[in-house]
Structures are given as structure tokens and as C-alpha cells.
Design a binder for this molecule. Structure first.
Ligand code: GDP
Length: 444
């Protein structure tokens, strides 16, 4: 994935800010250096890197953090916002009738992306058609036809015609029942004048609503010239980044986005027609920083803060994953979670916790209803501090005393301890995953 190690290196330097309320210039310098290092190793162009890091540095030093905001959260938010600014919004693609033209060098993944995008539009209830105009590459027709079949979308191509402009024109006529037309074009090894002439002629005929440049994520600095030339000839509205499953780079694509003043439309993550994602900047950057869906999580935490009396510093969902888990933690977190929404939804927003892992948990681990929480709270009020810190030491006689003190049944106290055990086990399980590689291995 693009800038893959930005998240982990950045988290390392951000963690040094934990507990601090003010940031020194050295702190900011260190963070900015980490960001520069990862962006450069992901092939992001140097002037872009400079611009981004200057902005982060300036804001971190000059802006006043809102009262009570820990330094770490403050800097993280600036980094996040500046990355959103750099990468920009997703290319606008309304779910309606339209024509999309694909451009790019040979091997960049145009034909594959055409079928993938058609499949994606079909999942949105539209009827897409792929039109294959590549008369240059042997096998392009068969490949496109086969992929369109796999995607279960309409297809037009003509292996007996060597005029791509005519194929494009006929293709639009022949697939007039479809509402989204995706026109694939020929790529050459490098940009050649006749390729540019050809794609301009095709553009005249198909009059696309959107022209997308398809780029292999591994492309480095070459992206800039390519993007510029295609932009000058047909105008580039957005970029499709392919082969993200195979590289940790992808910075070249960011350069292309910047060069064409466009945005990212789709991400390709494999060879199958379903291996495609519509680009979502917020989620993408949060994932990039290894922080789950940060914007949503931040919003929820804020809402929860307003509704509970828990101090902001006391509650950080990531803390749940570190250190000893006590009944006091459980109580605090149950209260906060109660205001944040169901635990399983919160889990979804914490990096590495979505999907598969969560499904492996016992249902009960997530089932902390409001009713039960209220009862648990009453029970905990009858416990001593030592019991809350070391719940494992609670024996039969204490259970009897706690039940009496809180006016509940012994059964209720046992249920609370059971719940605690389950949550503790769950959290241990996550802690045990340790490093990110380990986590990824388990997810696979
Ligand atoms: P075109 O010449 O631009 O039409 O490129 P193709 O669509 O033929 O893709 C070139 C090669 O890259 C093919 O072998 C594809 O299977 C492969 N490819 C395309 N997109 C992806 C992707 O997102 N991930 C991976 N792993 N391979 C891809």
C-alpha cells in the first residue's frame, strides 16, 4: 500500500509526545523528518514532500492547541489534515449515465481497470459496457472480452478492425443499451506522438465526461511527464492507481495527481475484477497512518466526552490495548462506550480490528447492554479498590458480601466477573498480536 511504513514510523515519533501538553521544535522536527523519509522512499516528488512538511511544521509551531488537547492528538490532526489536503477528494463520478475514457502506458493496467470499474458500477445498479479500442497490443481484445465476461458486463471490440477511432464510434452505437461506457485505449511502451494523436481522435469521437489516467503504483518520477502529456492532450480528471497489492510505493501516482491538478478515482489491488476500491480519502489516510477510521473515531470520542464526565486524558481507545486491564478500566470504558455506540462498531474503527478478527470473538464479549452496564456499575460501587484492581482474587465470600452490599444477587456478581474475564481475554488476544506484521499475518 502507498506509503506503507509512514504509519508505523510516524506512530513511533508521535508516541514520544504521549503525556506532553506542549510541543517543542525538536519534537516537530523529528516528526517532520519521519514523514519526509517515508514519503521520499515511496517516490513522492521532493517538492511535494517539502511543501507538505513545511505546512505541518508551520502549523504545529504556530497554531495554539485547543485547551486540554494532548500534544500528540494535536500534531496527529495536523498531519492528517495536511495529507487530506495533499491527496484531495476522490474524483467525482456520479452514479448516472456517463462515458469514461482510460489512458495510460502499456501494462499500466488499463484493460484490467476497465473491467474492474465496470464491475464496480454494476454493483451500484448501473449497466456498464466496456469498449476495447486497443488494436495495437496482440491479445488485448481477448483479454478485455474475457474480463468483461467475468465482470458480467456488456462488451464491444472488433479484432478484425485496425482503426481504433472507428471501433470507438461503433462501440458506442452497439452498446447503446448500457448507461456507463468505459472506453479502453491502446498504450505504447513510452509516450509516442502517434499514440497521443490517436487518443485525441478517440476523445473527439467519444466525448468522455471523465478521462482517467491509469498508473502502475510502482511508477516513480516518470509519472510526472506522463501525466503532463496526457493532461495536455485530453485533459486528465482523475487517476486510477493499480497494483497496490504489489508495492509499498505509489508516490508517483500522488505526483501525477498533483501535476494534473486532479484526484484519485479508483485503487486496483489485485488481478481479479473485484479487486478494486473506490478511493475514499479519509479512510485511506486513516489507514495509511494505521489509525483505523480516524475522522469517525475522533468524532465519536468527542461526542462521548461531552456526555460523560471522564477526563479526555483518561480515555483513549488505544490505551485499551495496552497494559493491565482492571475492573476500573472496564467500568470507565463501558461508560464511554455506551455513549460511543456498540463496542463492535468502535472496534471496526480501530486499526486491524475490523472484519475477520472481530467475527472470531464470542458474541457475549460485545454484548454489554445498557441495562447490564447499569447493574455492573452498582455492583462495582460495592467493591473495594483492591478488588477492582485484582478481580481475580475475588472469592466466594467476597462475592456474597458484594452482592449483599449492592442489593444484587450473587449470580449478578458472577456474571460481572465473567464479563470482565471475557473482555480481558479479548484484549489480551489483541495485545498478544503484538507487531503489525503479526496482526496482518493473522488477518490473512
Ligand atoms: P494495459 O496494457 O494497460 O491494458 O494493462 P493490463 O490491464 O493488461 O495489465 C497488465 C498486467 O498487470 C496484467 O498482467 C494484469 O493482470 C496486471 N494487473 C493489472 N492491475 C493489477 C492490480 O491491481 N494488481 C495486480 N497484482 N496486477 C494487476
Amino acid at each position: 500500500m502507498v506509503l506503507d511504513d509512514l504509519g508505523s514510523s510516524l506512530r513511533g515519533s508521535l508516541d514520544k509526545l504521549r503525556g506532553k501538553s506542549r510541543i517543542s521544535e525538536e519534537d516537530v522536527d523529528e516528526i517532520v523528518k519521519e514523514i519526509q523519509r517515508s514519503l521520499i522512499s515511496a517516490d513522492v516528488e521532493i517538492s511535494l514532500v517539502q511543501e507538505l512538511s513545511d505546512n505541518i511544521k508551520e502549523r504545529a509551531m504556530e497554531e495554539e492547541p485547543p485547551a486540554g488537547t494532548p500534544a500528540r492528538d494535536f500534531v496527529l490532526r495536523i498531519v492528517y489534515e495536511e495529507l487530506v489536503e495533499l491527496i484531495g477528494d476522490s474524483t467525482e463520478l456520479p452514479l448516472e449515465e456517463q462515458t469514461i475514457l482510460l489512458a495510460g502506458l502499456q501494462g499500466s493496467g488499463k484493460t484490467t481497470s476497465a473491467a474492474k470499474m465496470a464491475w464496480w458500477f454494476s454493483t451500484k445498479g448501473l449497466r456498464p459496457a466496456v469498449i476495447q479500442t486497443d488494436t495495437f497490443r496482440p491479445g488485448a481484445y481477448d483479454q478485455a472480452k474475457e474480463m468483461a465476461e467475468r465482470a458480467e458486463v456488456d462488451f464491444y471490440g472488433n479484432p478484425d478492425n485496425d482503426d481504433p477511432v472507428e471501433i470507438a464510434r461503433n462501440g458506442l452505437e452497439e452498446t447503446s443499451d448500457a448507461d456507463v461506457h468505459i472506453v479502453d485505449t491502446a498504450g505504447r511502451h513510452a509516450l509516442e506522438d502517434d499514440l497521443i494523436d490517436e487518443i485525441e481522435e478517440i476523445e473527439d469521437v467519444v466525448e468522455p465526461d471523465t478521462s482517467l489516467l491509469v498508473l502502475d503504483a510502482a511508477i516513480g518520477q516518470g509519472a510526472k511527464d506522463q501525466a503532463q502529456q496526457f493532461d495536455e492532450s485530453i485533459g486528465i480528471d482523475g487517476v486510477v492507481i493499480t497494483k497496490l497489492d504489489g508495492t509499498a510505493k505509489g508516490g508517483g501516482a500522488l505526483t501525477a495527481v498533483d501535476q494534473t491538478d486532479s484526484s484519485i478515482a479508483f485503487l486496483g489491488t489485485g488481478e481479479e475484477v473485484q479487486d478494486v476500491e473506490r478511493f475514499e480519502p479519509d479512510g485511506f489516510i486513516s489507514r495509511l497512518l494505521g489509525m483505523g477510521d480516524l475522522s469517525q473515531l475522533a468524532e465519536r470520542v468527542e461526542r462521548a466526552m461531552q456526555q460523560t464526565e471522564i477526563e479526555e486524558d483518561d480515555w483513549d481507545p488505544e490505551d485499551m490495548l495496552q497494559g493491565q486491564f482492571t475492573l476500573n478500566d472496564m467500568q470507565k470504558q463501558m461508560e464511554a462506550m455506551n455513549n460511543m455506540g456498540p463496542l463492535d462498531q468502535v472496534m471496526d474503527m480501530i486499526p486491524g480490528f475490523g472484519g475477520g478478527i472481530k467475527d472470531q470473538l464470542p458474541d457475549d464479549a460485545m454484548d454489554v447492554t445498557q441495562e447490564r452496564m447499569r447493574k455492573f456499575s452498582v455492583i462495582m460501587d460495592s467493591m473495594t479498590e483492591a478488588e477492582k484492581e485484582y478481580p481475580k482474587a475475588i472469592g466466594a465470600s467476597q462475592i456474597e458480601r458484594i452482592a449483599r452490599g449492592s442489593g444484587t444477587d450473587e449470580e449478578d456478581v458472577r456474571e460481572l466477573l465473567q464479563q470482565y474475564k471475557m473482555m480481558e481475554k479479548t484484549i489480551k488476544q489483541f495485545q498478544g498480536m503484538g507487531s503489525e506484521q503479526e496482526m496482518q499475518r493473522m488477518m490473512k
